[in-house]
Design a protein around this ligand. Sequence first.
Ligand code: ATP
Length: 327
Amino acid sequence: MIEAMGLEKRYGDKVAVHDLTFTARPGVVTGFLGPNGAGKSTTMRMILGLDRPSRGEVRVNGRRYRDAVAPMHEVGVMLEARAVHTGRTAAKHLLALAQTHGISRRRVNEVIEMVGLADVARKRAGGFSLGMGQRLGIASALLGDPATLILDEPVNGLDPEGIRWIRSLLRDLAAEGRTVFLSSHLMSEMALTATHLVIVGRGRLIAETTVAEVIASASPAAVHVRTPQSAALRDVLVGAGVTVTATAADTLEVTGRTSAQIGEAARTAGLALHELTPKQVSLEDAFMDLTRGAVEYATEAPHSPHPGTDAEKTLALAGATRSEIPT
Ligand SMILES: Nc1ncnc2c1ncn2[C@@H]1O[C@H](COP(=O)(O)OP(=O)(O)OP(=O)(O)O)[C@@H](O)[C@H]1O
């Protein structure tokens, strides 16, 4: 369990984190989401006692992390995947970590297997790809079999197979009852990995919510309907709270009715349906809706003469300036 209460961090005049309160609970993957510069790393450093809060406090399993008796058993951390001795092999790196924390050699072999590094464990970590480095970072975090995992952008640099692997690993670790807290600046990525979300922009909490709520809070999704009798179906469907828009001769976009209701209505009226597809609200769209109230953040937009990509617009809403958006 991670509990942040009124956390604040100032660097001179710069407020990196402002009055941040949230909870990451055991048994769920909590995504810490925000654009670059939103204050995620600073918050993670405060959780781990690497930065001292200017105000407020944060507790891990009920106490400050630096008061932990066996820190590697309590919290597994990956802040900087590349923080390894490049001349050492992956196995030696993990063994050195294990030995200084009273962890067995057997556990080292276990985590090597768990993260899929068995074939390269005797190779020097300096020659590792970014993805292999991430796996080694995760192996280090898992060494102490910790109750809580804190991972900064763990998906960075992984190939699609690696991304799938880490998603299921994190979900499994949470299902075992652990607290899994990971940061990302990608909403779409979080949707596939996390269930609980702590969304920050400019060091402030924008929302503490769930992926399901973000989607549900967005404007209702439409149902895409294809039928050779579109005019007749439209007449059947129109009514209070329903909008029916013809997007082609045989295609309607319907809001205000579920696909089941549309299917039933068509059957009752004896009309043929060739397609009935609920349109999923994209998470980026849902995120835009959620953060629309934070319009003061969007005042950065005039810097850009062009609207930019959807990702840039999302980030602009959440408080990033263009210079903070990675290329
Ligand atoms: N040591 C420091 N001195 C001054 N400002 C800092 C320091 N560390 C961070 N900041 C500023 O605090 C803000 C939050 O930074 P932080 O690195 O925590 O954000 P982030 O969400 O982790 O971003 P990223 O995804 O780029 O790592 C940024 O504006 C950053 O420039």
